[in-house]
Design a protein around this ligand. Structure first.
Ligand code: SF4
Length: 211
């Protein structure tokens, strides 16, 4: 995709979504971190349903640590992989308390050292909680980047590094949200809604759907 097309691509997404936000509910970096850990292979709606009950009871590393694994499981049982997630979250809370004064660290290395936190989760936290221009490549972003020709790559890391190179600086902070929302609601996995897509003329996908 040409540089001018890339700029136009994001200009249009911004025009329809001026202030894109994550669809996960949270009110602190810690709540966001836990929600993102829970969201692996789960829907944001499902995670929000669980955290809506959990956070009024426990929304700090100490409070969740005090719940213990079994106590935490009773709130997240409806979410896939909840056993592993509960174990990781309790270990993460322990590390936050022991090594970070109960705060979520603002650097990638420390974030990725937390159990249950990989590069994608670290990117989401750095971007959404701390305003860093990182791009977390999930399944939606991976698909949209490849289909459109915006940032083709064989792995999420390849796509991430390409996006960091090609997304104009002025759009970098919110690029990850625009691409997720575009992928979730328009450029869907099974049947992209090409006829109503606002970037249709810029997109390089060969098999665009028709009405
Ligand atoms: S035209 Fe179709 S394939 Fe291209 S971005 Fe839009 S919805 Fe996706």
């Amino acid at each position: 995709m040409k540089v001018t097309d890339r700029t136009e691509f994001f200009r249009r997404l911004k025009a329809v979504m001026p202030e894109p936000k994550t669809e996960l509910d949270y009110s602190s970096p810690f709540e966001l971190l836990i929600a993102v850990i829970l969201s692996a292979q789960a829907t944001d709606v499902g995670v929000n349903r669980a955290t809506r009950k959990l956070y009024p009871v426990a929304n700090t590393p100490q409070a969740i640590f005090d719940l213990g694994e079994e106590g935490l499981k009773s709130y997240i049982r409806t979410i896939g992989l909840y056993n592993t997630k509960a174990e990781n979250i309790i270990k993460t809370c322990r590390i936050l308390l022991d090594q970070h004064g109960g705060e979520v660290p603002r650097d990638r290395k420390s974030l990725e050292a937390l159990p249950g936190v990989g590069r994608k989760t670290a990117n989401v936290v750095l971007n959404t909680a701390f305003g860093e221009p990182t791009i977390a490549v999930d399944t939606h972003i991976f698909r949209v980047s490849n289909r459109t020709g915006l940032a083709p790559g064989k792995t999420p890391l390849q796509v991430e590094l390409k996006l960091l190179k090609v997304v104009p600086d002025e759009f970098k902070l919110d690029a990850h949200h625009w691409l997720i929302l575009h992928g979730r609601y328009t450029c869907k996995a099974r049947k992209p809604n090409c006829p109503e897509c606002i970037v249709r003329d810029l997109c390089r996908f060969r098999d665009k759907t028709v009405l």
